[in-house]
Write a protein that binds this ligand. Structure first.
Ligand SMILES: [Zn+2]
Length: 687
């Protein structure tokens, strides 16, 4: 049997065959790491042939033979890339990382071959210039405009040396941003706090200790091991009584990729920001932020800076008072010197417990993962009438991943949804939604999407199932909101489908869904004690709600400080030459609420902006909060399970993707433009 399998994998590459699985999902059970590189090479050749066909056509350029042909070009490459890069985030290893390094420049080269091809651009421009005479519908026109603009923004108008320089900048940037993320992963995995003296566990909840013992056991070590992964790091900082160990953990976390070793990111940051600046200038912009924001709801750096400054002004006094309150509380409870960063979440947690008689840990017994999944599915069902059915025949990339068929109200097939919940060493930190396939309509056939949600929630231990804190429930709702944007997509073109919207709009569906997590009606539906089945008591729900605005001033300033740091890095108009740590200190100075700690650096681990897609875009989280608070008001007005409000949100926003300007979509749903009032009110930041 083995030899038989071997033979088939030797001769064929599942990535290059038609997927003969349920719903044609990726055949994860057949894909091996060694398949990726040859698949990429082959798919790139095919994609180039698609492009050549458009370029060499002697027909007059039309919407169909140019714009549509481009939209459909390189389908296989798209499929292979989706699978590969999703796996590189969720289940990577050294072999896959090496392939990513090898493949990234090839992909950049391919994309450059398209956008820098002058004949192709001439054809696109011919169609674009005659757009008003073509009788295109709104979606076709948007596709044409986006396509033309895409060429322009990727250097199509450049000539000669500038064009060559552009090509080398983009290829270098793709390597550097990848390296940046790998360095953080290496530094995160490289640190372990090994505790052998039980006294050092003082203050930590039993579940956390048990998880740390499980880690130690898996490494054949005595005692307990804590790591820098969130489910270990966050509770350690909240509960560990041993201040020196908290300091060590904090320092390990906050100095990642700032150790002047092989994983240091400082030089990489310098190179990234300078190359981004050079690229923006080549394209005729003053800086990278201006280039990026042209295609955002916010439009200009000035508007973003004003937005950040206004919210900062309305949050800072609240934040300062909150810090002072924690410091006073800490000193009353034995802290002898100044409050440091490694004390903040520890004493905050205790203050919160005293103020509200509440800790996040108290919520865990009521949020068993399986029940929360049911609750979130139930919410989607109440709002949109959709249902979820696990299908074990759909191949998955890790045995912990579950695959579901998602059905619409009328029973028609909507999507495949993968859920992947627990941390692994090959998985990056945080939580995210992604696609293995995006929705589109071709030849009258609606191709439905494959959506995946990846989280890092505590895994079950020997005695207990996976239990979530209320915060983690909120994270799940957030990612699920993105998931709905993908699953309910219904547009003709893939490049305008689902989450393919402006970055400062993309967090609206996700953050909107978080609102149900602070609604009593919904919490009572999902919160059931994992041992007794008892519904979460009113008293505890009241505490969750009362404490939900705890330190909202501080949290607001913290988010704004990340946004300001991001804007500073990407608003430089001349090449950066100084020290990364000094630049950051200055950019974040006015938001700094604690004593400076030598050696720490936020930017060296700021993967959102240096290896993710959030450069000059981190403000988008706050921007979307304004939108989501305003949008949720519509749901509150008519009842949070009101099907009509939900149907309007689905029709005007979720299904529409990027087919229209986001403000137009928003106004269609809400009847008016959003204001920050609902957000400030909801966060209690009103004097
Ligand atoms: Zn999000």
């Amino acid at each position: 049997m083995d030899s038989c399998n071997q033979k088939s994998t030797m001769n064929t590459n599942p990535l290059l065959e038609e997927f003969s699985t349920v719903h044609n999902t990726p055949p994860f059970d057949q894909i091996q790491s060694s398949h990726y590189l040859p698949a990429f090479k082959e798919a790139i050749i095919k994609a180039k042939a698609d492009i050549d066909k458009i370029v060499s056509s002697t027909e007059e350029p039309t919407f169909e033979n140019t714009i549509l042909a481009l939209e459909y070009a390189g389908k296989q490459l798209n499929d292979v890339s989706n699978i590969f890069f999703n796996i590189n985030s969720a289940e990577t290893n050294e072999e896959i990382q090496a392939i990513a390094r090898e493949v990234s420049p090839l992909l950049t080269e391919y994309s450059n071959d398209i956008v820098l091809n002058e004949t192709l651009f001439r054809k696109v421009k011919t169609v674009y210039d005659s757009r008003n005479k073509l009788n295109l519908n709104e979606e076709q026109l948007k596709l044409l405009e986006d396509s033309y603009k895409g060429f322009e923004r990727k250097g199509a108008l450049l000539k000669g040396e500038d064009k060559e320089r552009y090509r080398s900048i983009t290829s270098k940037l793709s390597q550097l941003t990848l390296q940046f993320g790998e360095n953080i992963l290496a530094e995160t995995n490289g640190y372990k706090l090994h505790i052998t003296d039980e006294a050092d566990l003082s203050g930590l909840p039993a579940g956390i200790i048990e998880a740390a013992a499980t880690v130690a056991k898996s490494e054949n070590k005595e005692g307990w091991i804590f790591t820098l992964q969130f489910p270990s790091y966050v509770p350690f900082m909240k509960y560990a009584d041993n201040r020196e160990l908290r300091r060590q953990m904090y320092m390990a976390y906050s100095t990642r990729a700032n150790h002047d070793n092989e994983y240091d990111n400082k030089e990489i940051i310098t190179q990234i920001v300078n190359l981004r600046l050079e690229k923006a200038k080549l394209l005729g912009y003053e800086n990278h932020a201006q280039f990026i924001l042209e295609e955002r709801m916010a439009q200009t750096p000035e508007k973003v800076n004003t937005f950040l400054d206004e919210l900062f002004a309305r949050s800072i006094d609240f934040a300062k008072n909150e810090i002072a309150e924690v410091e006073t509380f800490a000193q009353k409870n034995g802290l002898k010197d100044q409050l440091q960063r490694w004390d903040f979440s520890y004493y905050s947690e205790k203050l919160k417990a005293e103020k509200f008689d509440f800790t996040e840990e108290m919520t865990k017994p009521y949020f068993q993962l399986e029940k929360v999944i049911d609750g979130v599915f139930g919410l989607a069902n109440s709002l949109y009438g959709i249902s979820f059915k696990e299908n074990k025949n759909i191949p998955v990339y890790h045995k912990e991943v579950k695959a579901y068929e998602v059905l619409d109200e009328d029973g028609s097939f909507l999507a495949v949804l993968y859920l992947d919940f627990h941390p692994r060493s090959g998985k990056r930190g945080g939580a995210w939604m992604t696609n293995y396939r995006e929705q589109y309509i071709k030849d009258g056939k609606n191709i439905r999407p494959f959506v995946s949600l990846v989280c890092n929630f505590s895994r079950p231990t020997e005695d207990t199932p996976s239990l979530l804190t209320h915060n983690e429930v909120t994270t799940f709702l957030h990612e699920f909101g993105h998931g709905l944007h993908g699953m309910l997509a219904n547009t003709t073109y893939q490049s305008l489908s689902g989450t393919n919207v402006y970055r400062d709009f993309v967090e609206l569906p996700s953050q909107l869904l978080e609102n149900w997590g602070t609604e009593k009606e919904w919490l009572k539906l999902v919160g059931k004690h994992y041992k007794t089945g008892e519904v979460i008591p009113d008293e505890l729900v009241d505490k969750i709600l009362a404490s939900s605005n705890f330190q909202s001033g501080y949290l607001s300033v913290r988010q704004l400080s990340f946004g300001m740091n991001d804007m500073a890095w990407h608003s430089i108009n001349t090449p950066f030459k100084g020290l990364v740590t000094e630049f950051e200190k200055e950019a974040m100075a006015k938001t700094e609420l604690f004593p400076q700690v030598e050696g720490t650096c936020f930017s060296t681990a700021f993967s959102h902006i240096f290896s993710g897609g959030y450069a000059a875009g981190y403000y988008g989280y706050k921007w979307a909060e304004v939108l989501d608070a305003d949008a949720f008001k519509a749901f509150k007005k008519n009842g949070i399970f009101n099907k009509e409000t939900a149907a309007s949100f689905r029709k005007n926003i979720l299904s529409k993707g990027g087919t229209k300007h986001p403000m137009e979509l928003y106004v269609a749903f809400r009847g008016q433009e959003p204001t920050p009032d609902a957000l400030l009110e909801r966060s209690g930041l009103v004097k």
